[in-house]
Design a binder for this molecule. Structure first.
Ligand code: RIB
Ligand code: CA
Length: 317
């Protein structure tokens, strides 16, 4: 907590449309200050993720944290963008561009380490919404600085459920499994993976809730309209336009932990073998390994608390 009483966070993002909603939520939470945002390739290339982040900050209409470009390549794996889910530009291809803001000079990974070195231990939490490439390189470059981070809350893994990019893998982990392995095995004390299952079931936004957000004003309309491709995809999957908002669920878990229903520490391993389960997170729920639990898996939110947090931070009510 700094003298303003606000908790500080760093956001790392592959800003696609669900990242945009999550970042807008964080910008509207009066209890937190985003000290910087770093970008990474994932949903779209890093350059596009940077542009989308700047657009989001402008639409949020609050304060303007510095945005720094991070890595545009994964550690080993070739990038596979998620254009079918988020559109070619990552924001529903509805022509959203920043009017004024530009990224700052400097590399996002080095700036993250600089912020952490200049902070008190635990003063800054990290919220990661994309592949873990930036975090993995930061760990390799300056582990002592990364140890100064407080919680590291990550949208990633299938949680205790199924995958969304293969039967067992979730996109952020699968996009750079080698990076996710480095983070998972880093020994950093408070790593919380918010699984994709946390934003499913009753935590999905239904058509009525989507309409409520969209009709609430400019910010709500922006947050919904940029997710139009995901809505269309879900219309085919679920028979109606629902929104499984992965990054907003991770942001809610990070900034409003009261909404977490289930979060347990397990011994977890990322599969980097070259086979059908590449990019999955093996969660040892029955303690077969005999290994010390190393990371937390958040697999369920209280839907009502989660959604009320979305409404509050998107200025819906
Ligand atoms: O699997 C969902 C995650 O992958 C979200 O963070 C989405 O933005 C993509 O990065
Ligand atoms: Ca993301």
């Amino acid at each position: 907590m700094d003298k303003t009483g606000k908790k500080k966070i760093i956001i790392d993002t592959d800003c696609g449309s669900d990242d945009a909603m999550a970042i807008a939520m964080a910008l509207n939470d009066p209890n937190y200050e985003i000290v910087m945002i770093s970008t990474v390739s994932g949903n779209v290339c890093m350059e596009q993720a940077t542009t989308n982040t700047l657009t989001t900050i402008e639409y949020a209409g609050t304060y303007e944290p510095p945005v720094y470009k991070g890595l545009d390549k994964m550690l080993l794996k070739e990038l596979v963008y998620a254009h079918e889910t988020h559109g070619k530009d990552g924001m529903g291809d509805i022509g959203l561009v920043p009017k004024r803001l530009k990224a700052q000079e400097g590399n996002g990974v080095l700036k993250m380490l600089e912020c952490l070195r200049n902070s008190e231990p635990g003063e800054i939490d990290i919220v990661a919404l994309g592949p873990l490439t930036n975090l993995a390189v930061a760990i390799r470059l300056d582990y002592e600085a990364m140890k100064r981070a407080g919680r590291i809350v990550i949208m990633g893994t299938a949680g205790l459920g199924a995958g969304n990019v293969t039967p067992v893998a979730e996109f952020n982990i699968w996009q750079d499994a080698e990076a996710a392995k480095i983070v998972t095995e880093s020994g950093l004390k408070e790593i919380i993976f918010v699984g994709w299952d946390a934003c499913l079931g009753d935590s999905m936004l239904n058509p009525q809730e989507i309409a409520k957000i969209r009709e609430s004003g400019e910010l709500g309309k922006f947050a919904i309209d940029c997710n139009k491709d995901l809505m269309e995809m879900n219309r085919e999957r679920f028979g109606d336009a629902y929104l499984d908002m992965a990054d907003p669920s991770a942001m809610a878990a990070a900034l409003y932990p009261e909404c977490i229903e289930r979060c347990e520490k397990y011994y977890c391993q990322v599969d980097v073998t070259n086979g059908p389960s590449y990019g999955s997170m093996l969660v040892d729920v029955n303690y077969f390994s005999g290994q010390e639990p190393n990371v937390y898996i958040c697999s369920k939110l209280y839907p009502d608390k989660y959604k009320s947090y979305i409404y509050k931070t998107l200025r819906v009510e």
